[in-house]
Design a protein around this ligand. Structure first.
Ligand code: SF4
Length: 427
């Protein structure tokens, strides 16, 4: 699969850091994978992939044991006769959706998720979503987005999903400023942030995605939004199209990132600096103390990050500034310079950044550098381990709660664990 990397906007006030741009063979998931965490977040939504057996296998292997627990996702498998145009795929889809809704009356929001096969045969899922919405609303709202490997990599599936929710959100009813946190966070992390916002006196905070489809946040020109994830380019654009304004901030990883992220919200809401200090200080002190012992382990170690989730740059900033790790190369599948401007500013001046991927060239660079730790996908991890390198599976960073003060040490531990394991094996 070939990747095409587009130019992205450059924030004027950021000293440009050189970025190696590559295209070629890639080792990444497609956007369907996002369903694995999104279906747990939006508790009354169902994700129906319109795809092939390959897509069904991908979801099943990514979701692991969850497939046995009456999940809220499935694949409508396109058979050869669908692909050959011998049946009307729309009739088939209508039949499957009707069956599904009859069997699962708890579903309030149904996503029709496009895949490579549905795109290749040009099945118009947006029209299908409109048609089916007319039939099943108001009980069930039906939306669509694409998670195909042609259009999306890994976390971009979440971006596509959230962007599809934005037009369905109601307009704001008051002129009072509202804060919207955008990006899927584990419930435990979301609850911690709600408590912090409450303590700061920021009352009107909403989340996208919401936990319930019926609680879609209101959006309008008085919405100030703060991205909780770095991979939400289309969602941010959709929000801006509705007049919402993005608050620039680093991402809430580590103590520094979390503090700066909260401060952006506090400043926009007019929170007094003294109150901000009083509320955040105990959390900062506790988290910094918890990080100390990981700095002993990780400080000075050399780390190489392969592109995977777009979390790489905020992670690299955390690893270099809070754990004193040395960055050998920081790869990202896509670099949104405007959304990442605050992060880029915090990276060391001599950092080596790469965008996109030509996996063989990148592997050569990695082998040459012999880093202490390599962050990469499952496909590369075992072969690199066999070559004597220590690896960390990047997918865990997406499935584990890592944002906020309470999780800073857990995040550090994810990187320390493989090194500790290797040391025990060698001993
Ligand atoms: S959407 Fe495309 S890349 Fe993803 S599993 Fe299906 S066929 Fe493969």
């Amino acid at each position: 699969m070939n990747v095409h990397v587009q130019d992205c906007p450059v924030a004027a006030d950021v000293a440009p850091k050189p970025v190696r741009r590559e295209s070629g063979q890639r080792e990444v998931f497609c956007g369907l994978t996002g369903i694995v965490w999104l279906h747990r977040k939006i508790q009354d939504a169902f994700f129906l992939v319109v795809g092939s057996r390959t897509c069904a296998h991908l979801i099943q292997s990514a979701a692991g044991v969850m497939i046995f627990a009456e999940p809220r996702f499935a694949t409508a498998i396109m058979e050869e006769k669908d692909l050959a145009g011998l049946t009307d795929a729309n009739d088939e889809l209508d039949r499957i959706v009707a069956q599904l809704i009859a069997r699962r009356p708890d579903i309030r929001l149904l996503f029709l998720v496009g895949s490579c096969p549905s795109e290749v045969i040009k099945l118009d899922l947006s029209r299908a979503a409109l048609r089916l919405s007319q039939k099943f609303s108001p009980a069930v709202r039906i939306l669509n987005y694409s998670g195909s490997g042609i259009e999306t990599t890994f976390t971009q599936g979440e971006d596509a999903c959230l962007a599809s929710l934005v037009p369905a959100a109601p307009p704001t009813r008051t002129s009072e400023d509202q804060l919207l946190i955008v990006g899927s966070l584990a419930d435990v992390v979301e609850d911690q942030f709600i408590r912090l916002f409450d303590a700061l006196g920021i009352g009107r905070v909403q989340f996208l995605p919401p936990r319930k489809a019926s609680a879609l946040p209101a959006i309008g020109p008085n919405t100030r939004f703060l991205l909780a994830q770095p991979f939400l380019a289309d969602t941010a654009r959709a929000l801006e199209d509705r007049g919402a304004v993005r608050l620039a901030a680093p991402f809430p990883l580590g103590v520094e990132g979390t503090t700066a992220w909260l401060r952006a919200a506090a400043d926009a809401s007019g929170v007094a600096p003294a109150l901000f200090e009083a509320v955040t200080q105990p959390h900062r002190v506790r988290a910094e103390r918890a990080l100390l012992r990981y700095r002993d382990h990780l400080g000075g170690r050399r780390i190489f990050l392969f592109p995977d989730s777009q979390l790489e740059i905020p992670l690299a900033r955390f690893l270099s500034r809070e754990l004193s790790m040395q960055l050998v190369e920081v790869g990202t599948p896509y670099l949104h310079r405007e959304h990442l401007a605050e992060e880029l500013r915090l990276l060391p001046d001599d950092v080596v950044l790469s965008e996109g991927q030509d996996v063989d060239l990148q592997l050569d660079r990695c082998r040459m550098a012999r880093p202490d730790l390599v962050v990469c996908g499952l496909g590369l991890a075992n072969p690199l381990e066999a070559e004597g390198m220590t690896t960390k599976w990047s997918i865990e960073l997406v499935f584990t709660p890592i944002q906020g003060y309470e999780q800073a040490a857990d995040l550090a531990e994810l990187f320390a664990r493989p090194l500790v394991r290797r040391a025990k094996l060698v001993a």
